[in-house]
Design a protein around this ligand. Structure first.
Ligand code: ASP
Ligand code: MG
Length: 414
């Protein structure tokens, strides 16, 4: 008998019939002898609708606290409906919102971080033979205010609950049947991975592969939660997120990720002295804007430097706005931005022990005439920023160059 946390996304609970289907799955696991907790998102499109209401009313200038009050309601509907559906199949169910569990977060509204999961309620219900349904996406801060965890946050709720309950599995049901070498819509020959390491998945998620919210993978890694990514529409073994082993290290590149959701900003003619980077990035941090890639190189002749970095596209306008003051105060020459970029990355734990990956990547891109605007690397990833219009071409070229359409054992360069 295992304790399983199942998570279903918005598409999986998008209609009454689909909610019945989710209820049947939860009940089947319960009848097989497992202790079952289900976390769900709002019905498909509902969170977008709620966000649009806030935007329409306010024109974008609104209290983040009240934004959370509005957008968290989508999940209240789906958990109640699901509990009713499970009950009607003869298994007692009980639903909880984030504040009822309690899923305690910090007070950074619209992107709150989970601090603690109080699991007593849930355990008592499981002991009483119930299926427990918990709202994804929402929590409560120390003042009792409703918070939300950022778009896609139900994944993180599910993993946090699984960690808090020391669950045997956290099964993330979605509309794809696992994690692929790249998005099959861009490369039809992309293959499903049976397993992927937490670190690789972390890179994939943060690079914009939309299967899981990045924070959910961070949590899974920290608490070693075995996460399975599964299809809610068909049976299958999905992809298991796990710690890496020797087999995984034999493969140089496991997957190609891409992301159109970033924008590039450059501060031109920055004086070369201490404190400048701290001021620029401190300003962005104060505005809760995450910076991704950063590039700086001092020109020997002029003693000046250009500072280039990327931010989420959604934060682009705000970033340009808040930087105006600091950029003027340090006497930099100009502030320019470009939202029409894309980031393409090759990811694999095998890079730790293999050389020549960068060369193979750059060769494949140059063969297609694609110009690289920025490069960054980590131990297990190489990312390039290119013009957005070449993104799909780059992904296809790299998928072919690293032979990801072949079985790992059949690849020439592994
Ligand atoms: N309903 C929320 C959203 O659409 C959370 C989630 O789906 O994970 O972002
Ligand atoms: Mg999602």
């Amino acid at each position: 008998m295992s304790l399983i946390v199942q998570k279903y996304g918005g598409t999986s609970v998008g209609t009454i019939q689909r909610i019945r289907n989710v209820a049947a799955r939860a009940v089947a696991a319960h009848r097989a002898g497992h202790r079952v907790v289900v976390t769900v998102s709002a019905m498909a499109g509902e969170t977008n609708r709620l966000v649009a209401l806030v935007e329409e009313l306010s024109g974008g200038d609104y209290s983040q606290r009240e934004y959370d009050v509005v957008v968290a309601t989508g999940e209240q509907v789906s958990i109640g409906l699901l509990a009713i559906a499970i009950d009607s199949l003869g298994v007692p169910a009980r639903s909880y919102q984030g504040w009822q569990v309690r899923l305690v977060t910090d007070s950074v509204h619209a992107k709150a971080r989970i601090l603690d999961v109080e699991a007593a309620n849930i355990l008592a219900d499981l002991d009483a033979g119930r299926i427990v349904v918990v709202a994804g996406f929402q929590g409560v801060d120390e003042h009792g205010a409703v918070t939300t965890l950022g778009r896609g946050g139900s994944d993180t709720s599910a993993v946090a609950i699984a960690a808090g309950l020391k669950a045997d599995f956290c099964d993330i049901y979605t509309d794809v049947d696992g994690v692929y070498t790249t998005d099959p819509r861009v490369v039809p020959k992309a293959r499903k991975l049976d397993r992927i390491s937490y670190d690789e998945m972390l890179e994939m998620a943060s690079l914009g592969a939309k299967v899981l919210q990045t924070r959910s993978v961070e949590l899974a890694k920290k608490y070693k939660v075995p996460v399975r990514v599964l299809s809610s529409l068909e049976e299958g073994t999905g992809t298991l997120l796990t710690e890496e082993d020797d087999d995984m290290e034999q493969v140089v590149v496991s997957a190609i990720a891409f992301n159109r959701d970033e924008a590039k900003i450059t501060v031109l003619g920055v004086p070369d002295k201490p404190g400048i980077a701290a001021l620029i990035f401190g300003t962005l941090a104060d505005a809760n804007i995450n910076v991704d890639m950063i590039l700086q190189n001092v020109s020997v002749s002029s003693g000046e430097t250009d500072l280039t970095f990327t931010v989420p596209k959604g934060d682009f306008r705000q970033a340009m706005e808040v930087l105006k003051g600091p950029v003027a105060s340090i006497g930099a020459r100009d502030l320019v931005g470009d939202p029409d970029i894309a980031k393409v990355s090759v990811v694999g734990v095998g890079m730790r022990s293999h050389s020549g990956v960068a060369q193979r990547m750059f060769k494949a891109l140059s063969a297609e005439g694609i110009n690289i605007r920025m490069i960054s690397t980590s131990e297990i990833k190489i990312s390039v920023v290119i013009d957005e219009k070449y993104m799909e071409l780059a992904v296809r070229a790299l998928h072919a160059a690293f032979e990801l359409d072949k079985d790992a054992g059949d690849r020439v360069g592994k």
